[in-house]
Design a protein around this ligand. Structure first.
Ligand code: KIV
Length: 286
């Protein structure tokens, strides 16, 4: 990565400055080719630990390791040039102590060149966020539904319907903002709660299933283009069905191979007789 490409990226302060103005457009990417496609259209690319489920076929995000996040984060940096890139810290890489979080986050930024990290948690992670941000590591917080807590919560059902829970989520939002997070992802949370948080905080809120009251939106790219269909949350808008498209294309290829329509002469070396003859003559000459 050249110094110039680093400077030309949208920065964390640029994202922060968008509060209350233009919506912040965010998508996930896990690979260089996907990053290349989404980069011109997004302000922020998240290398989400959802890659554990979407790319690797795990049942939850819990098996994802720091090495996996670093490898995918570096690929996304190579594939993109203008969006702010944030990488998820995976389960177990920051929960033990602020010092452990610093080691994981600094290694991630050193090895990838990304702009910052994301971690899940509210009040209970505030000290860790303070520790990181005071040491120059930008943090995107993540509250509401937190997939890394699935063993404790038992699922991904939307949060904030009852008053007690709504109060807790609002307290989480205030805590992460006070701790120095530059923005906060609010996942699967009732609209009035997301609206209240957005009006209370001076940092941008990025919604995923948290309504258009938020300052920005994020979706998992594979959900949006129909490449991951194990389950589709209510908040996903499907813009294409690429999963079906890939299946159709694989079927067309299989039919071509079985009927010997592929490969054709245009895909072969020396299949044209005249050229084959030339090749054999020139081989004899050698
Ligand atoms: O891991 C992820 O992709 C995320 C988004 C869903 C916000 O955390």
């Amino acid at each position: 990565m050249s110094a110039l490409s680093r400077i030309s990226r949208i920065s964390v302060p640029d994202i922060q400055a968008r509060k209350g103005s233009e919506p912040v457009v965010c998508l996930t990417a896990y690979t260089a080719p996907t990053a290349k496609q989404v980069d011109p259209h997004t302000d922020l690319i998240l290398v989400g630990d959802s890659l554990g489920m979407v790319l690797y076929g795990f049942e939850t995000t819990l098996p994802v390791t720091l090495d996996m996040m670093i490898a995918h984060g570096a690929a996304v940096m190579r594939g993109s040039s203008q969006a702010c890139v944030i990488i998820d810290l995976p389960f177990g890489s920051y929960h033990e102590s602020p010092e452990q979080a610093f080691r994981s986050a600094s290694l991630t930024l050193k090895k990838t060149g990304a702009n910052g990290v994301k971690l899940e948690g509210g009040v209970e992670m505030a000290d860790t966020i303070t520790f990181l941000t005071r040491r120059h590591i930008p943090v995107l917080a993540h509250i509401g539904v937190m997939p890394q807590s699935v063993n404790q919560t038992g699922g991904y059902q939307a949060r904030g319907e009852d008053a007690m829970e709504a109060k807790r989520i609002i307290a989480d939002a205030m805590a992460v903002a006070e701790a120095g997070a530059f923005a906060v992802v609010i996942e699967s949370t009732w609209e009035p709660v997301a609206r209240e948080i957005t009006s209370l905080l001076s940092i941008p809120t990025i919604g995923i299933g948290a309504s258009n009251a938020c300052d920005g939106q994020i979706l998992v790219t594979e959900d949006m283009i129909g490449l991951f269909s194990n389950f589709t949350p209510k908040f996903v808008k499907r813009y294409a069905d690429l999963g079906q498209e890939i299946s159709n294309l694989a079927a067309a290829y299989a039919a071509d191979v079985r009927s010997r329509r592929f490969p054709g002469p245009e895909h072969c070396f020396g299949a044209d007789k005249r050229k084959a003859k030339i090749a054999s003559v020139s081989r004899k000459a050698v």
